[in-house]
Design a protein around this ligand. Structure first.
Ligand code: 6CS
Length: 392
């Protein structure tokens, strides 16, 4: 599917086709098993991304595993981005029960303010697999403050899916907060991101995902923030001159269900979901790493975009500006803010936020100047980033 064909603005009530006549919107997931009972339960899964994305790959594998584990009694149907309307339409539909399952990321901040925890910069470790594991550890995932935040909005959190580092793009080199001055950078619709990028000196601007290419092409926006795979599959890189790797945050989505639907599931089906989500933690980590690496190759082969990897000193300047935003999170979110922040920091490891990475491997200055830190996609994996000299 070409993303430019996605149609937005469909009423949140109607699961109808973007295309002509009665064409089915959902993507078949290759499920062919016929259950012994002849009865098939359909679970509809709204994705914030298009086919070929990390969320799509997650959905496809989730569908296969659920079908296998239920002997074909359950069919998961995927609704890629655009088929249910815009991003907040997806959340409205899973809240109302029009669909059973969905992903929610940055734009979810308006619906579940506590989810903005995942928008905080310089909190997670440099080790992406470790981040995926600690976020899906029951100590965090089943933390009452986290679960209640979703339950209060008729949602049930099922898993947390990191999709890769958030990488900046712009039409000028950005190495210092001063470089951000006067730069209109697109952020997903949440206050935490606006606060963060204002603290960096930029002018944060919100725009729907499907409108972003035009926004960049027409010069309404100067910069963008996405994982590498999205810069490629949505063509954003084609209208940007620089990609800046700061390792300041990962793109994180929450896999969630309609709460009432989930509560009414049999224990067997709840177990299938839990078991599958657990199996998918290492699976989707491998997928996102592969996609982000492969897509960076596509980007560099098809454009003259310049890659900039910030040095530890350059990152430190942004990190310092990001720290007061943690207090803003607590103030903004209310009573669950502090326990949630504490729970995340505890998972990440004591001292991680003070730059002491000896034991934790937490996000800080742990890679030598001029080297591509582990986990940062490189144009030529295992080699120095293209223009490290420039970045140093
Ligand atoms: O920037 C956005 O709005 C979207 N980016 C990605 C990679 N996934 C979904 C999200 O809404």
């Amino acid at each position: 599917m070409n993303w430019r064909n996605v149609c937005l603005g469909i009423t949140a009530m109607a699961l109808v086709a973007c295309g002509s006549d009665e064409e089915e919107t959902a993507v078949a997931t290759g499920v062919e098993e016929q259950p012994a009972t002849g009865q098939v339960d359909i679970w509809r899964f709204g994705l914030e991304e298009i086919e070929g994305s990390v969320q799509y790959e997650y959905g496809e594998r989730f569908a296969e595993l659920v079908s296998e584990k239920t002997d074909g009694e359950v069919e998961v149907r995927l609704f890629p981005y655009g088929q249910l309307g815009g991003l907040t339409d997806i959340y409205d539909q899973v809240q109302s029960g029009a669909i059973e399952l969905a992903f929610g990321s940055g734009f979810l901040g308006g619906t579940v303010p506590e989810s903005q925890l995942f928008s905080l910069n310089f909190v997670l470790t440099e080790d992406e697999l470790k981040n995926a594991e600690l976020l899906n550890d029951p100590d965090f995932l089943k933390n009452p403050a986290f679960v209640e935040a979703f339950n209060e909005r008729s949602l049930q959190p099922l898993a947390i899916v990191p999709e890769g580092w958030q990488v900046w793009t712009a039409n000028k080199a950005i190495r210092t907060p001063a470089d951000f001055e006067g730069t209109s950078i697109r952020v997903m619709d949440n206050s935490l991101l606006r606060e963060t990028y204002s603290a960096y000196g930029a002018n944060p601007t919100t725009m729907e995902y499907g409108e972003l290419f035009s926004g960049l092409q027409l010069g309404q926006l100067d910069g963008n923030i996405q994982p590498v795979f999205a810069h490629q599959e949505m063509d954003f890189y084609q209208v940007q001159d620089y990609m800046i790797f700061a390792n300041q945050a990962q793109f994180i989505a929450t896999f969630m269900a309609n709460q009432e639907w989930y509560n009414n599931l049999s224990d067997e089906h709840k177990n299938v979901i839990e078991e599958t989500a657990t199996e998918l933690v290492p699976y989707i980590h491998d997928v996102q790493t592969r996609l982000n690496t492969e897509r960076l190759d596509i980007i560099t082969e098809n454009s003259d975009i310049e890659l900039i990897y910030l040095t530890p000193e350059e990152r430190q300047a942004f990190r310092e500006l990001s720290l007061p935003v943690r207090d803003t999170f607590v103030e903004m979110v209310g009573e669950r803010g502090q326990p949630l922040l504490d729970a995340l920091l505890e998972q990440v490891g004591e001292g991680a936020q003070e730059g002491d990475t000896t034991d934790t491997g937490a996000a800080s200055d742990e890679y030598p100047e001029g080297e591509n830190p582990e986990g940062m996609p490189s144009a030529e994996p295992g080699t120095e980033p293209a223009d490290m000299d420039e970045a140093a």
